[in-house]
Design a protein around this ligand. Structure first.
Ligand code: SF4
Length: 225
């Protein structure tokens, strides 16, 4: 076990006799559980636009994110626990992205790679682009840049590992008794409708309808007897 990995799991509370060091480790459930997960994250294999090219470079030999145990990019969401949203999120694509997210088992994480995935990027306010994937799925790490370099992606992945290191098995959502609700799938239309907003949309539509009815009643000619 190399020094970096030992640092992640060893407990500093107990002194290990010198003759046993390197053979025995004392740790906590949280540390060993997180260490296992953070060292074998399997990303979902998909890309949306130019940022995906940088993600592919990061997986290739020069940068090689196999060092993080992440080289097994999975073509199925059932086998993936990390969604790297690499590229422009269009209104046509977001229902599929949310569906894929829902199909990933817990624990799962999302990285918004680049300006487009984080907030719409150069296409923000465009007729066909979503202003950030975090409007629909929860994002754990945002990576700045257009596109972010492979180094920036690696920095984002290390940040995600740190986040995993800080989680406690007692508090994580996937071990709670309450069932985890799936994220509502947005509806593709003239503009994407966010199902989170259904109640507000319904209220506003009702109000507008009532106003129109009242206005029509006021302007209608009075009935003659
Ligand atoms: S952030 Fe820049 S490089 Fe990445 S998908 Fe958008 S336009 Fe392309």
């Amino acid at each position: 076990m190399n020094e970096m990995k030992r640092e992640n799991i060893e407990s500093t509370k107990y002194d290990i006799p010198p003759e046993l060091q390197g053979q025995v480790e004392i740790t906590t459930i949280d540390k060993i559980y997180n260490w296992g997960r953070r060292s074998s994250i399997w990303p979902l294999m998909f890309g949306l636009a130019c940022c995906a090219i940088e993600m592919i470079c990061t997986a290739a030999s020069r940068y090689d994110f196999a060092r993080f145990g992440m080289e097994v990019m999975r073509p199925s969401p059932r086998q993936a626990d990390l969604m790297i949203v690499a590229g422009t999120v269009t209104k046509k694509m977001i229902p599929t992205i949310v569906r894929l997210y829902n199909q990933m088992p817990e624990p799962k994480y999302v990285v918004a790679m680049g300006a487009c995935a984080s907030g719409g990027g150069p296409f923000k306010e465009g007729y066909n682009v979503v202003s950030g994937v975090d409007r629909y799925v929860p994002v754990d790490v945002y990576i700045a840049g257009c596109p972010p370099t492979p180094q920036a992606l690696i920095h984002g992945l290390i940040t995600l590992q740190r986040k995993i290191d800080a989680q406690s098995i007692k508090k994580v959502r996937w071990y709670r008794k309450e069932p985890i609700e799936a994220v509502p799938i947005p509806v593709l239309g003239p503009d994407v409708v966010d199902p989170h907003q259904y109640a507000i949309i319904h209220e506003q539509a009702k109000k507008l309808h009532e106003e129109a009815v009242n206005q029509a009643a006021e302007t209608a000619p009075a009935e003659t007897a």
